[in-house]
Design a protein around this ligand. Structure first.
Ligand code: DAK
Length: 257
């Protein structure tokens, strides 16, 4: 497989994917997108997957967007094919049945921001810079930014970002709810390690169910979404995790999931 994306798997089922084009600030070209999709397809079949961390190589950038040089000469048909590949890949990331954490270590622009928006958690270094600067290049966000950004931060702030193309720092990203945490760069890795440890201490089926309820419910009307929640809640009682979790509480011990 291409080394445009590096995969590291640990024994606990935590997989780390590193977008590896540091000389181009990890911009997403076709090679990166194909490599990322191939890794995600493998992970979809991983029997013991517990969490995924996605980051960019180096200390300067998570992903500085889609590759502008590669996009420059595309025809509308080619642009559509490129966007379809990216949308499909980002959707695979979003629908992995485990928590996905974006470890945002620097520039997180355009397609990079859209990639982070598909993750369940975004933890940013204090030097991270966010934005959807596509309008400065004569295009609009094409990897889901006009849809996932308003769902994450609300339509007013999303419109501000996608129509001005302005960049925001990590603290503003935290304030508007684009990221969950901001950490000094030197502490980012330790924080994400702690976070994944905490997530993995919880029942894996419950975490999957909670993620599915939020994701699938967001696109439904409230009554349908509540019915979905009820089904997923009831389903918890069909497995061993609920018995163990509740027994552990009653017996005043830690659950062994
Ligand atoms: N694409 C290609 N190369 C990039 C890049 C990018 N997005 N970002 C950076 N690079 C490359 C630079 O060209 C430079 O390469 P060399 O000159 O060394 O060969 C290298 O990375 C280092 O960048 P700089 O020298 O510029 O580094 P600085 O620290 O000075 O500046 C920067 C960092 C992130 C502020 C700057 O590089 C920058 O502004 N980059 C572009 C950021 C950006 O505009 N990102 C959004 C890209 S547009 C659609 C499909 C997709 C999309 C839209 C529509 N359809 C199909 C409809 C998505 C669009 C985007 O994501």
């Amino acid at each position: 497989m291409s080394d445009a994306v590096i995969e590291k798997v640990d024994n606990d089922g935590v997989v780390r994917l590193t977008i590896n084009r540091p000389k181009a600030l990890n911009a997403l070209n076709s090679e990166v997108l194909s490599a990322l999709e191939a890794h995600l397809m493998e992970l979809e079949a991983h029997p013991h997957l517990r969490a995924v961390i996605i980051t960019g190589a180096g200390e300067k950038s998570f992903v500085a967007g889609a590759d502008i040089a590669e996009m420059r000469d595309k025809t509308p048909e080619e642009a559509r094919a490129f966007a379809s590949q990216a949308l499909r890949t980002i959707k695979r990331l979003e629908t992995l049945p485990v928590p996905v954490v974006a470890l945002v270590n620097g520039f997180c622009l355009g397609g990079g921001c859209e990639l982070a928006l598909a993750c369940d958690w975004a933890v940013a270094s204090d030097n991270a810079v966010f934005g959807q600067p596509e309008v400065l290049l004569g295009v609009i966000p094409g990897f889901g930014g006009t849809q996932r950004l308003p769902r994450r931060v609300g339509p007013a702030m999303a419109l501000d970002l996608v129509t001005t193309g302005r960049k925001i720092d990590a603290n503003e990203a935290l304030r508007i709810g684009l990221v969950n945490r901001v950490m000094p760069q030197a502490e980012l890795e330790d924080y994400v390690a702690e976070l994944t440890k905490q997530l993995m201490g919880n029942g894996p089926q419950s975490v999957r169910g909670a993620k599915q309820a939020v994701h699938d419910g967001m696109d439904q009307d409230l009554d349908s979404a509540l019915a979905l929640e009820t089904s997923l809640f009831a389903f918890c009682f069909a497995g061993e995790e609920q018995t163990e979790g509740m027994s552990a509480f009653v017996e005043k011990r830690k659950p062994n999931f």
